[in-house]
Each structure stands twice: as structure tokens, then as C-alpha cells.
Design a protein around this ligand. Structure first.
Ligand SMILES: O=P(O)(O)OC[C@H]1O[C@](O)(CO)[C@@H](O)[C@@H]1O
Length: 550
């Protein structure tokens, strides 16, 4: 894939960004009462009820037309079709990218090198369903005959963040007598604090690892195994451990019967794997039917992405908006701000999906890019963030586009909580868009009875520049279906952006170097004497640690 800068639309967008730099969002709204209708979308069909409003981003008709030209120049639709057609678009690993097949509820054949993957997908889903039903109905029991009360998922990265986020987001659908916990960090505190909450007789461990070689997960799994064996003996492992993996050999080597392994495939990227067997903890928490509704929601978004025309295609439009902000307006970051406590971990999940996918500095064919690619992604649930980092978004010196997400109906309709929550959701994007002018700030200070001297002093601090872009996503309610659609929307948006930038969104070589060095350092920590094989800083830190540790 060529550099973005070879695209004719790129030069025109750069010029357009410079020409429109003095436009203010407030003026765009003041001069066009129809702006919301023209720059928002409410798809019909399975996705009806979803509202995506990007009118508070710095787009004009011309910007959108140029971005559409860019999508065409970069052949994004053809790239999308190649992904759905199982081409090996992850070139550096020579892999297809088929998370869409995992939620292909139409069962349309998906041919990878002439082999339809759907029967395999359905076979594993069937195995998951039987297992989930057995655990939830108390048919699958622990070694001492007790039903399972606690499930502990041991995994990291994509084998943790996605299933953890979805499990937490779907808390209203949980059963009270089955708790699902997650352990990821190799810091023993994570595992030990979790084990304190578990009874060996009633705990099921899921070891979730695509490769089954990840240091953190294997270390945690061995610790959990020792704990179980100490309490219940070696034979208990069969009833208390299952694996989610692509690597049957390593699963067997760990001592888990392959019959208790739920398989997935190398064409499922870790950060896109919550739809695969990696979703087992979700299904255990909410039941298999709800898990299927999650898949159905994602599939509805896949179908929309595959078939909707560019001007109505939500992932395409949000991808265009993202590239406009990052590459042409120089925004370094993207905030994810769900006004929904159940989505508190959405930003952490999307952080991996976005930053591990698009945090790349070379094109697919290895040329160094001279433009910015994936943004720094961060966020947390509103309204908590308002009392923390929003100050920087409103008045700081960076341009931080925000995504606001909320559900119209709450799972907890108590008093006026939801109205208050949503009043903040609406207010924040309006405040960021309009800001507060010097005249408005002055009028307020005058009304407060401040002296002219005080007003002059306070005025610079009381103004808000506004013109800060945001996109708002409104769901009817947070359900398995709408959550599936929301997460798939982000996955495809990230894909669109990656194609425009010409990068491979599906490898992650950047995580390797630190892992390699940690492997070299580990034996040095246990060895005798001073370490001198590194730079002076690393040596100094290691040697200080060896002196300090007890
Ligand atoms: O599922 P595994 O193989 O244990 O890998 C866990 C995570 O490690 C990474 O490979 C790199 O950190 C992620 O992409 C992945 O989600």
C-alpha cells in the first residue's frame, strides 16, 4: 500500500485544512440550522434506534466530499471487500483477518484458501453452548461435586480486555450465583487477591491465550493450578481448568485435556477475539443466548459496513472523521467518553484495539510514513472524567476530539439519575463546541458584581475557546445486541483509518522488543553479583533492586 501522501485527495485536504482553519464550529451551527440533520445518521433495519452525530466535528460539505474522495483514492471499499473475502490482508504474518466470520450469523460461506471456515466456527460455538449450559445448570461440577460459583479468566491483552469489558458492560444480565473474575497482571497481587475471593471446590479457571506461550498468563495459570492442587489434589485439574487457545500442543503440555479446550484460529487477531472462544467468560456470565445476541449486533454492523453507501456508512464516516482530526487537524489523541458506568472499561478495550492496530510507522510495504497515524486513545465513564481530565479538553492547548456515548434507557431507572447523567452528556459536547466568548464571560462577571479591575484579571481564565470537535453516539439501551454493534463500529472505523494511512492494522511487532529483553533480564535478577551487561541506567536500576529487595 502506497503512502497516503501519494493520493491526490491528500494534497487537497491539506490545503482545505489550512483554508478552513479560521472557521469556528459555533459559526457552522449558527449559519446552518439544518446541520444536525445533514451531519448525523440514524440507520434503519437491524440498527434502527442508533444515532451517530458527527455534526459537532469540523466538517463542511466540502470536507466530507474531499474525505470521500480520499476513501476512494485509497480504495477502502476494495480493502474492506478483501477482508470479508478472507484475503491474507495481514501481510507481515500472512494471515487472513476474519473476526467477521466469528459473528457471521447469516452463515454465508467464508472461503479461506477454498475451505469454508463457517462449519468450524459453528462447531466451536456449539461446544461453547453445551459447556455454558452445563455450567450454568449445575451439570458441570467441581471435583467434589459442587456446582461452579466463580469463574476466573486468566489472560492478558486481547484475551482479557475485550471479554472483561463486555462481561462488565452486561452486568444487568448476570446471574447472582455465578461470578466471573479476570486476572491478567503477572504481578502476583492480581492472582492472590482474586484467589482470596474464591473457594477451590466451586471455582473454574479459564486459561485464555491465543498462543498459550504468553509469560503472564502461563505464570498466573501455574499459580492457580498449584493453589487448586494443594486444596483438591491433582485429579481435580480436569474439572476446574479449561483452555481457550489456538495451540493444542501447549494446552496439553500444561495438563488440560484437549477435550476441554475451546479452539480458535490464527485468522482471529487477539484484540478482535472476544467474538471467538475467547468470549467464553462472557457467555458464562450472561448465558449463551445473550452471547449470540452480542454476535448478532456485531453482524448487523458488519452487514451495514459491507453494504451501506459511503455517505451513510457509519464506520466509513467515522473513519473519515478520525483521519481528518488526526492527520489534517493535528489532533494527537482521541477521548472515549461513555456516559454509562457499565461501559467504564470501553476505553481500555478500545485502547488496545486502536493503538495496537494503528500505532504503526511504516506502510504495508515497509515505507516510513511522514504523517501521523493512530492517535493516543484514552477515556473513562462520564461524569467521572468531568472532574478529572476534561479541564485539559476544554481549555488546554491540545486539540482532543471526543466520542460521547450514551444509552437513552437506563438499566437502573432510579429517581432522576439518568436525566442528570444525560444532561451532562448533552452539555459537554455543546460546551466543547460553543465555548464561551470574552463577551459572554464578561457579562457573567458583571452580573456577579465584579469590579472592572477584577474582570480584566479574570477574563482570560473564564473564556472557553470552543471549536473542540466531538461525535455523539446514542443507543436505545445498552443490550448485548447494541454493544455488539458498537464494538464492531469501532473495529471497522479503525480498519478504515488503517487503510487510509496505508498501514497493516493487524500485526503488533512493536510489543516484542520489551518481551525479549525481559526474558534476558529475568535470570540476571536471580543470579549472584552485580549486573553489567546493559547501559548504565538499566544496570544501575537492576543493581539497586538487588540491594533493596528483601
Ligand atoms: O492471547 P495471547 O497469545 O496470550 O496474547 C495476549 C496478547 O499479547 C499480544 O500478542 C501482545 O501484547 C496481544 O496482541 C495479545 O492480545
Amino acid at each position: 500500500m502506497s503512502l497516503l501522501t501519494t493520493s491526490p485527495a491528500d494534497a487537497r485536504l491539506r490545503a482545505h485544512a489550512a483554508e478552513t482553519a479560521s472557521l469556528h464550529l459555533r459559526d457552522l451551527f449558527d449559519t446552518d440550522p439544518d446541520r444536525f440533520r445533514r451531519f448525523s445518521r440514524q440507520p434503519g433495519g437491524d440498527l434502527s434506534g442508533l444515532v451517530v452525530d458527527f455534526s459537532k466535528t469540523r466538517l463542511t460539505d466540502e470536507t466530507l466530499a474531499l474525505l470521500t474522495d480520499l476513501v476512494r483514492d485509497r480504495q477502502v471499499e476494495a480493502a474492506r471487500d478483501r477482508m470479508f473475502a478472507a484475503d491474507r490482508i495481514n501481510c507481515s504474518e500472512r494471515r487472513a483477518v476474519l473476526h467477521v466470520a466469528l459473528r457471521n450469523r447469516s452463515n454465508r460461506p467464508v472461503l479461506l484458501d477454498g475451505h469454508d471456515v463457517m462449519p468450524d466456527v459453528n462447531r466451536v460455538l456449539g461446544k461453547m453452548k453445551r459447556f455454558v449450559d452445563a455450567v450454568r445448570e449445575g451439570i458441570w461440577r467441581g471435583a467434589s461435586g459442587q456446582p461452579i460459583e466463580t469463574v476466573v479468566n486468566i489472560g492478558i491483552g486481547g484475551s482479557d480486555l475485550g471479554p472483561r469489558m463486555v462481561t462488565e458492560a452486561l452486568t444487568p444480565y448476570h446471574r447472582h450465583d455465578l461470578t466471573v473474575r479476570f486476572v491478567s497482571n503477572v504481578d502476583a497481587s492480581d492472582m492472590m487477591e482474586t484467589l482470596k475471593q474464591c473457594r477451590p471446590d466451586t471455582t473454574l479457571f479459564i486459561v485464555a491465550s491465543k498462543t498459550f506461550t504468553t509469560q503472564e498468563t502461563l505464570t498466573n495459570a501455574h499459580t492457580a493450578r498449584r493453589w487448586l492442587v494443594e486444596h483438591l489434589g491433582e485429579e481435580a485439574v480436569a474439572n476446574h481448568f479449561v483452555a481457550l487457545s489456538t495451540n493444542e500442543k501447549e494446552v496439553s503440555a500444561f495438563g488440560i485435556n484437549p477435550a476441554h479446550m475451546f479452539e480458535f484460529w490464527d485468522w482471529v487477531g487477539g484484540r478482535y477475539s472476544l467474538w471467538s472462544a475467547i468470549g467464553l467468560p462472557i457467555a458464562l456470565a450472561v448465558g449463551f443466548e445473550r452471547f449470540e445476541e452480542l454476535l448478532a449486533g456485531a453482524h448487523a454492523m458488519d452487514e451495514h459496513f459491507r453494504t451501506a453507501p459511503l455517505h451513510d456508512n457509519l464506520p466509513m464516516l467515522l473513519g473519515m472523521v478520525g483521519v481528518w482530526h488526526t492527520t489534517y487537524l493535528g489532533a494527537p489523541a482521541q477521548a472515549i467518553l461513555p456516559y454509562d458506568q457499565y461501559l467504564d472499561r470501553l476505553a481500555a478495550h478500545l485502547q488496545q484495539v486502536d493503538m495496537e492496530s494503528n500505532g504503526k510507522g511504516v506502510t504495508v510495504d515497509g515505507q516510513r510514513v511522514e504523517y501521523t497515524t493512530g492517535p493516543i486513545l484514552f477515556g473513562q465513564a462520564g461524569t467521572n472524567g468531568q472532574h478529572s481530565f476534561y479541564q485539559l479538553i476544554h481549555q488546554g492547548s491540545w486539540l482532543i476530539p471526543c466520542d460521547f456515548i450514551a444509552a437513552a434507557t437506563s438499566h437502573n431507572p432510579v429517581g432522576d439519575h439518568h436525566a442528570k447523567l444525560l444532561s451532562n452528556f448533552f452539555a459537554q459536547s455543546e460546551a466543547l463546541m460553543r465555548g464561551k466568548t470574552a463577551g459572554e464571560a464578561r457579562a457573567e462577571l458583571v452580573a456577579e458584581g465584579r469590579s472592572e479591575a477584577e474582570i480584566e484579571k479574570l477574563l482570560p481564565h473564564k473564556q472557553f475557546p470552543g471549536d473542540r470537535p466531538s461525535t455523539s453516539i446514542l443507543l436505545p439501551q445498552l443490550t448485548p445486541f447494541t454493544l455488539g454493534a458498537l464494538v464492531a463500529l469501532y473495529e471497522h472505523r479503525i480498519f478504515v483509518q488503517g487503510v487510509i494511512w496505508g498501514i497493516n492494522s493487524f500485526d503488533q511487532w512493536g510489543v516484542e522488543l520489551g518481551k525479549q529483553l525481559a526474558k534476558q533480564i529475568l535470570p540476571e535478577l536471580t543470579g549472584e553479583g552485580e549486573v553489567s551487561s546493559h547501559d548504565s541506567s538499566t544496570n544501575g536500576l537492576i543493581n539497586a533492586y538487588k540491594r533493596l529487595r528483601q
